[in-house]
Design a binder for this molecule. Structure first.
Ligand code: TRP
Length: 335
């Protein structure tokens, strides 16, 4: 008997502006995950439309994002990479799930509360955003969804919608679970290590972008905030030493070494020596990543071929679920 692997779906909004925080929290795990799961990697371009309305920018960001997936080790022979808007089943199931979602539960979504507080002009899609996310997940009978803390609530909502549907119509959807990584799921700002590193930070010295040039990376690390304490000592304590702990998280993620092991190697070092080590590892790592990224990014024919093949495979898979849903609801499937 061949045991099939659990299904994992990961999605990011297209953005060329990814940070080392995105890499460490999310993308770093992609290549390893392919061995343990049947992976689908989605580029959530329809989600991006809730905010992004610039044609050239969106178009470019989608191709940038496919290049990032590939340069982080996602192998299109093992996994499916696809663009959300190419798989019409997502929009279709989105509408149907709208009919099984409560206004009140959407109002409770923290991300919506935050986003709607920032602006007076809020479009309806921003409110319905988590339902499209539920469609992304449920179409593939997904078992696991790797997400940061901020998206966990959306996966829980997805479970509730799926459970509600299944209770009415029998088993149609698999209930997905969020997969949250422990260390490194939250990389903090370099100068203000009490807040999360964010690509939209106005102070760019707080953020390391994956495409920053290497000199800039070195200088950003050297200027990073280090907690004052005399005599200076390197140890991990998020409360007392948020700056040092953040640099340790970064170093641990890119060297693949546990923090305990790193601490032994770093014993007795000055902050400046420690920072040189972080800067050195990080710049070598980014140099390699950028080289691979640029090679893919310069080959748009290849990127479009990957997207086409991914769309064909995803359409076949997702249509199985959508046909079941049509059937249960009394809609008439096409075939
Ligand atoms: N909303 C997610 C984000 O902004 C992206 C996303 C869209 C997603 N669809 C998804 C994440 C499905 C996980 C599963 O980060």
């Amino acid at each position: 008997m061949i045991l099939s692997k659990p299904i994992l779906l990961s999605a990011v909004q297209p953005s060329g502006n990814l940070t080392i925080g995105n890499y460490i929290g999310t993308m770093r795990h992609w290549s390893k995950m392919q061995n343990n799961y049947e992976c689908l990697y989605c580029i959530a371009d329809l989600h991006a439309l809730t905010i992004q309305k610039n044609k050239i920018h969106l178009n470019k960001s989608i191709l940038d994002t496919i290049s990032f997936y590939l340069s982080c080790g996602v192998d299109p022979q093992k996994s499916i990479i696809f663009i959300q808007s190419h798989v019409y089943q997502h929009s279709q199931l989105n509408w149907i799930l709208n009919c099984f979602s409560q206004f009140s539960e959407l109002l409770r979504m923290t991300q919506f509360k935050i986003k709607s507080n920032c602006s007076k002009k809020i479009n309806a899609a921003l409110f319905n955003y988590p339902i499209l996310m539920a469609a992304d997940i449920l179409l593939y009978q997904t078992n696991f969804v790797p997400v940061g803390q901020d998206q966990k609530q959306h996966v829980e909502l997805t479970r509730n919608i799926a459970h509600r549907f299944n209770s009415l119509y029998g088993h149609v959807f698999t209930l997905p679970k969020p997969l949250i990584t422990q260390h490194g799921s939250k990389i903090m700002s370099l100068l203000e290590p009490n807040k999360k590193m964010s690509k939209s930070d106005i102070n760019k010295k707080n953020v390391i972008f994956l495409l920053d040039d290497i000199k800039t990376v070195i200088s950003k690390i050297q200027n990073a905030y280090t907690d004052s304490e005399t005599p200076s000592k390197i140890y991990y304590d998020i409360e007392k030493k948020p700056g040092i702990s953040n640099l340790l998280e970064i170093l641990s993620a890119i060297t693949n070494k546990d923090i305990d092991i790193l601490l032994k190697e770093l014993e007795g070092m000055l902050y400046s020596e420690f920072k040189n080590i972080v800067a050195d590892h990080l710049s070598k790592f980014l140099y390699k990543l950028q080289k691979s990224y640029n090679d893919y990014r310069n080959d748009e024919v290849y990127l479009k071929k990957i997207a086409y093949e991914g769309a064909m495979k995803s359409q076949l898979k997702s249509d199985k679920t959508l046909t079941k849903v049509y059937d249960k609801l009394g809609l008439i499937p096409l075939f």
